[in-house]
Design a protein around this ligand. Sequence first.
Ligand code: VTB
Ligand code: MG
Ligand code: MG
Length: 323
Amino acid sequence: MDRELALEIVRVTEAAALASAQWMGRGVKNEADDAATTAMRTMFDSVNMQGTVVIGEGELDEAPMLYIGEKLGTGDGPEVDIAVDPLEGTNIVAKGYPNAMAVIAVGDRGTLLHAPDMYMEKIVVGPEAAGLIRLTDSIEKTMEIVAKMKNKPLEDVTVTIQERSRHRELIERVRNKGARVNLFDDGDVGAAIAAAMPQTEYDLFVGTGGAPEGVITAAAIKALGGDMQARLLPMSEEERKRCKQMGIDDPGKILSLEDLVAGDDAIFAATGVSSGDLLSGVRLLSGGIAETDSIVMRAKTGTVRFIKTHHRLDQKPHLLMAN
Ligand code: VTB
Ligand code: MG
Ligand code: MG
């Protein structure tokens, strides 16, 4: 993959974020998702690559664009796998809540796990505790490891968990151990990455969320030098069959960061739609100017860029499909 590809990919997440932000707080999620997906699909056409969607909006028969197997890019340039979530947090945007982003992960052909759309257990830490965490360890043991490696008392350790009834016991155990809990409603990609970044006050991410989101998250964790383990959670015979179809023979396997994203290179890009732990959302300023905050990182070099961009919306009419 060329260095330039990372910056090209940010233009794509920016376009998706700008388009979906028009739908912020309007109470309708499909329109917000469609706007993000259409803008992302349109922008991909100009990117110099031979891309194939491995994680997208669904199968060919259920999604009109960004479906699994769809070819993206100019047809020139590197052969890459693409994982997208054009609007990570559709409910969030509909309700006007924080933490929504447009996200993309790119890897060399064959490096991204073809994760089916089902639940996945995940644990994520930053570089300090890399190589030391196990999904199968108790949460108490994991917190002790993180506290020691980050050189802080256990009561200062902050654990990020999605607020769901399935996490009730987990949350209780973190509190009983004396650590702090950072709950969020939706959007576990941003929440998990924030827990692995040195610039935030969060130390550990645990819980069950989407499997596609897990693979996208892993690309970022690789670039940050953090660590992640995961396990698919098929809940039915149909979901187990789906794993087999996607080439996953043992769905119960503990997946390492390398299993999720193989090799030494991957690109992750995200643009905030509504403000969250990782990024600020799209600001619609006066005079037809919009400002976006994005993050783009590349595993090969470990470079992390925060990009603030001013957009003249009157000169980008193709991105404004909302009204
Ligand atoms: C998860 C999480 C996502 O939706 O998939 C979640 O990975 C779905 O969980 O970030 P529930 O079924 O409990 O709602 C998100 O939060 C948003 O897509
Ligand atoms: Mg989505
Ligand atoms: Mg999502």
